[in-house]
Write a protein that binds this ligand. Sequence first.
Ligand code: AP5
Length: 213
Amino acid sequence: MKLAIFGPPGAGKGTQSKTVSMKMGIPQISTGDLLRAESKSGSELGKMARSYMDRGALVPDQVVLGMLKDRLQKGDCKNGFLLDGFPRSIPQAVALEVITDLDLVVNIAVDEERLLKRITGRRMCQCGAAYHVEEKRPRVEGKCDLCGSALYQRDDDKEATVKKRMDVYRSQTAPLLEYYRQRGLVRDVDGNRSIDEVREGVMGAIDGGAPLK
Ligand code: AP5
């Protein structure tokens, strides 16, 4: 299955994508993770991408599309994939259609005031695990349960940048929903619930077959 998980910053795309990807045996492709890895490598491309991410803006399409194309050509994508954070604008969706089609777009809808709280309280591990300051995890404060590394806050998770990311979502990304609805590809999931309940909703949307046109 070729799937995209859609939603505003902090909706739980990454959290849900990890589980769904494992359950379905298809790779999770997060453009945010690809860009952060490029930035960490210290390359010129990564530095350029970082300058956009740090101010909450979208990285230029040609950069993101180049990375995505390379990733989709890898062997593990031949039985499907799960896109997390891509596409993020109508031009990106149009460009994606030239490379491949999508079977389903799962939209995780969350109230705005909840999003800000989720993102500013998020703590990350270098292994990709995400935590939240209000959760009972991790077992040892500040250390990842999975690999023991120190947790940190993403640079773009500070409140001012999060607000900018929300603006970008509203103006550039949200219109995509209508684009995919017109193509009969969207299933909506209420993301204002616990992580487990949202996961059930996402799996239900996937198992539900093709969305009604
Ligand atoms: P990216 O990394 O994709 O960030 P994002 O879309 O803003 O999404 P987040 O990672 O912030 O949130 P999420 O929905 O994955 O939530 P999560 O599961 O972590 O992109 C970062 C930047 O890269 C962009 O701003 C842009 O600059 C650039 N970029 C990326 N893709 C691009 C593209 N296609 N084109 C151009 N530029 C691009 O959850 C958040 C927190 O909430 C966690 O702490 C989690 O534990 C908690 N949580 C999750 N679900 C629940 C729940 N149900 N209940 C309670 N807490 C929950």
